[in-house]
Write a new protein. Structure first.
Length: 435
């Protein structure tokens, strides 16, 4: 199967770039093939987990699990503060074992320290914060635990990314998916039918995978705090966390504003369209970026990568829009007759999906440059968020769901234009600095 995926990716590479594949590109394709298989199998397991959970637990209990998961996504950002993303960048660009060891050890220590401080503060103010989130105290405290285990999992898997150990990462990703599904199945069969079963299954899988990866990386881990790398990780991470917050809020903004100006049914329809198009693109982009970001971080000169992306753009539009239009049609049909199929709305979602994929490519290429890159990306993300909010407030009352997705598409288009205008600064910086 790996050879088949590799052959398909190699064929597409030659088709798009009209050149013989280089050794570096072959290495990239090999890693990407592993990730596609690993993440694909894991996605199937998690999809099964979600479907089984939704059916067996019922809307009320499943909804409680979704709340824990949703709140935890925001809380984990406060704990990890972008340090693991910074670790990927700096580990990937270093070939020296001792330097990698310093970066990994320091990032582990920093994440643990900031996570424990965050947990203490979150627990101390948990009553007040649970009121802000409009959830029960139990749900909020479970979200804190869930977020911590997710931080551990993210730290460990991102370390493997930085070391370019994609085959191991793919295997551990499969392990995570299988563990979640198996543990949840055992709990359901033993009559533990509650949202706690779903929460425990994922937390258990996160913890086991974190421990296995950490044992695998034990030669890189020493109880030594390197001030030089701590400073670089903190400078990079503090900007990355701002962009991370914006990225986490962006998908929710449109849904919140649709809920404000339209009806609950419209929110459900918008979410169905979102899940059948943008969510699919985000999943595929995540697989690609998993390999792309550490690979781009390794190269000092980014201009050849910019050229490759430029060559890729026509194919993304010409092939991507009809492909995702077809995927939308299939998934929306599965949703049922209560979710109307609107071809013009589907086209807007497909086009916006491609814009999000393109923005993601440029976004992570900028982040691979270092502190300046992540600073610029953060400013652009804030700009995108503001544009999306302003346009949505004006357009959703006028054009309903068309206004919501149009606002998101225009915001991402503006983000792409901004990044392209800032391209020269990144290229100049790469030639004159070792950031």
């Amino acid at each position: 199967m790996k050879n088949l995926v590799s052959k398909i990716i190699t064929f597409l590479y030659k088709l798009v770039f009209q050149e013989k594949i280089s050794l570096a590109a072959k290495f990239f394709v090999k890693n990407l093939s592993c990730i596609v298989i690993g993440y694909g199998i894991a996605a199937f397991c998690i999809f099964a987990f979600q479907i089984i959970g939704g059916r067996i637990l019922g809307p009320t209990e499943y909804g409680k699990y979704v709340l824990v998961d949703s709140v935890a996504i925001f809380l984990h950002i406060l704990m990890i503060l972008g340090f693991s993303t910074a670790a990927i960048k700096y580990i990937a660009e270093k070939d020296d074992y001792q330097e990698q060891r310093k970066i990994i050890s320091t990032s582990y220590l920093m994440v643990f320290i900031f996570s424990l401080v965050s947990i203490f503060l979150l627990l101390f103010f948990s009553f007040q914060l649970s009121k802000i989130f409009s959830i029960s105290l139990l749900i909020f405290r479970l979200a804190i635990i869930f977020a911590f285990f997710y931080v551990l999992y993210t730290l460990a898997t991102n370390t493997l990314r930085g070391l370019h150990q994609m085959k191991k990462l793919a295997l551990f990703r499969i392990g995570y998916g299988l563990l979640t599904l198996i543990v949840f199945g055992i709990l359901i069969l033993t009559k533990h039918i509650s949202f706690l079963a779903a929460v425990f299954s994922i937390c258990f899988a996160y913890l086991v995978i974190f421990l296995l990866i950490t044992i695998n990386l034990r030669q890189y881990l020493v109880l030594r705090f390197d001030k030089f790398w701590a400073n670089k990780l903190f400078r990079y991470g503090i900007y990355a966390v701002i962009g991370g917050v914006c990225l986490a809020f962006l998908p929710a903004i449109s849904k919140i504003l649709v809920s404000r100006y339209l009806t609950s049914a419209d929110v459900g329809i918008y979410n169905a369209y979102y899940f059948s198009s943008i969510a699919v693109v985000v999943f595929l982009s995540t697989m690609f970026i998993t390999v792309f970001f550490p690979t781009a971080s390794k190269y000092q000169q980014k201009e050849p990568i910019f050229r490759k992306i430029k060559q890729l753009l026509p194919y993304l539009f010409l092939g991507g829009i009809p492909t995702f239009f077809g995927i939308e049609l299939i998934i929306l049909t599965l949703y049922g007759v209560e979710y109307p199929i609107n071809y013009s709305l589907m086209l807007l979602f497909a086009l916006t999906s491609i814009l999000i994929a393109i923005h993601s490519l440029y976004n992570w290429l900028f982040c691979s440059e270092g502190v300046l890159g992540v600073k610029l990306v953060t400013v652009v993300f804030i700009f995108i968020t503001l544009i999306n909010i302003l346009l949505s407030v004006y357009l959703i009352p006028l054009f309903a769901l068309y206004g919501a997705i149009f606002s998101l598409g225009v915001a991402y288009m503006a983000g792409i234009i901004c990044l392209l205008l800032l391209k020269k600064r990144i290229l100049y910086y790469g030639k004159n600095s070792k950031s």
